[in-house]
Design a protein around this ligand. Structure first.
Ligand code: SAM
Length: 231
């Protein structure tokens, strides 16, 4: 699977992809991550932004460098990749989307900055994608989030398939179960006895129940119930 990220801050992303599971997936040849400097595609002395038509605060990113970047990547890949614009105005990113996107083969992720990106980029992208209902300063963190979530769905990237299959959201709108490790007692808090019992049926039932309990407690919205506004 190939990822191409277009940003004005390549140096922000490079360290993130140089350790952990994404680094080992690259070493194993399971994924490729290419980071492109948007300014290299700006025809006008590397200028990527301009004032908004209609007035208003801040600067807007010009469409041309993004279009030229996608054209160059398309030539390199040999076919048009699936293009995603990271945007707070996009569809909300979810686990089932990560699984779908992992089937695309090649993803291009376009990162905005300033007041956002000229709307013609959103109109021609395959997907306008938000990672949550809040506004960040740029699309770099969202791009990293999407790459990591999608890469985890590529067979072989996560050590054992089972460790992804028991995660939150893997099987629909349910959180994962709570995990414990040594020591058995820590500051007076005990590991639930059932996990020490060796009885796999009881352990599975306990985990199932706990997963639903956590979902109800922390994410009642997943079960169609209303959520409280306070953290
Ligand atoms: N004016 C824009 C709005 O009202 O939606 C916000 C622009 S934001 C300051 C600059 C860039 O950060 C965006 O173009 C986008 O690439 C990125 N960004 C910010 N929040 C995001 C989110 N929740 N999901 C994805 N990208 C986001």
């Amino acid at each position: 699977m190939r990822f191409d990220i277009v940003t004005i801050y390549p140096e922000m992303l490079e360290p993130f992809f140089s350790s952990g599971v994404l680094w080992s997936a690259q070493k194993k040849g399971l994924i490729e991550i290419h980071i492109h400097d948007l300014r290299a595609f700006a025809p006008d002395r590397g200028i990527v932004d301009d004032r908004p038509y209609g007035g208003g605060a801040g600067m807007v990113m010009r469409p041309e460098p993004f279009f030229r970047a996608v054209d160059a990547i398309t030539r390199e890949v040999g076919r048009r990749p699936y293009v995603i614009l990271l945007s707070a105005q996009g569809k909300l990113f979810r686990q089932d989307m990560a699984r779908e996107l992992a089937r695309k083969g090649e993803l291009v992720l376009l990162c905005g900055r300033y007041e956002g990106v000229d709307e013609r980029v959103a109109e021609t992208a395959d997907l306008e994608l938000s990672i949550g209902d809040y506004v960040l300063a740029g699309g770099e963190l969202p791009a990293a989030v999407v790459v990591e979530a999608v890469a985890r769905m590529v067979p072989g990237v996560v050590g054992r398939y089972w460790s992804a299959a028991t995660d939150s959201f893997f099987c629909g709108p349910r959180l994962g179960y709570p995990q414990y490790t040594r020591p058995r007692v820590f500051r007076g808090m005990r590991v639930p006895e059932v996990l020490l019992s060796g009885n796999h049926e009881r352990i599975a039932r306990f985990r199932e129940r706990e997963a639903w309990r956590k979902t109800l407690e922390n994410r009642p919205d997943l079960l169609g119930l209303s959520i409280e506004a306070d953290p």
